[in-house]
Design a protein around this ligand. Sequence first.
Ligand SMILES: C[S@@+](CC[C@H](N)C(=O)[O-])C[C@H]1O[C@@H](n2cnc3c(N)ncnc32)[C@H](O)[C@@H]1O
Length: 211
Amino acid sequence: MTVARPAGGPAVMARRAEPRGSVDDFPTPPWAVRALTEWLVGSGVEPGGLCCREPAAGRGHMARALAEAFSDVHQIDIHDYGTGNLDTVADYLDEPFWPFVDWTITNPPFRLAEQFIHHALSTSEAGVAMLVRTQFLEGVGRHGRLFSRHPPTAVLQFAERVPMVRGRLDPQATTATSYCWLVWDRCARGPTRLVWLPPCRKRLEREEDWT
Ligand SMILES: C[S@@+](CC[C@H](N)C(=O)[O-])C[C@H]1O[C@@H](n2cnc3c(N)ncnc32)[C@H](O)[C@@H]1O
């Protein structure tokens, strides 16, 4: 959700509240995806040669950035936005037997994020990464159902904001919402690592991302 920034005033918090039944159409700026793939490579993952599933691909903004690193990216979405990027139009959660992939990576619809994570964990050989609001980390119920049983191997907290707006990418957008990547890397050992992703937008964004 965008933030209204009154002239001379501080950013005003606006929640990314979506009506029930909304598909939660908030594309991810590609630089935020490159921040993940760069970190994965730095931590020993070699995505070249691996197959990735993007199960809530929308118009393919995240998938295109993933394809810069992974050999193959299979795109699914419940809604066809008419952009020609999808391999499969389907409700990801309705299909219990997706073929296994190496990695599943997405920015899931917030309301269904927990179910997406469980589904991804059960159909990914090497790992799962989910871009979520940092607020997703709290909650007694979610802790019991998810984090106590399947703690992520890393939480990558963006030091800078990742602005997302409904239905499009907007280089001018601002936000007061904080985002992090949750990573479950099957090769990683030990307790959950908390990692800060230092400011990287300037370095990782490309002009063509916004066109
Ligand atoms: C937050 S957007 C992310 C879009 C894309 N991953 C990106 O980052 O650019 C969430 C996407 O999930 C899709 N979606 C919602 N419910 C879904 C479901 N049950 N199965 C598959 N896709 C779903 C929406 O249509 C929307 O494109």
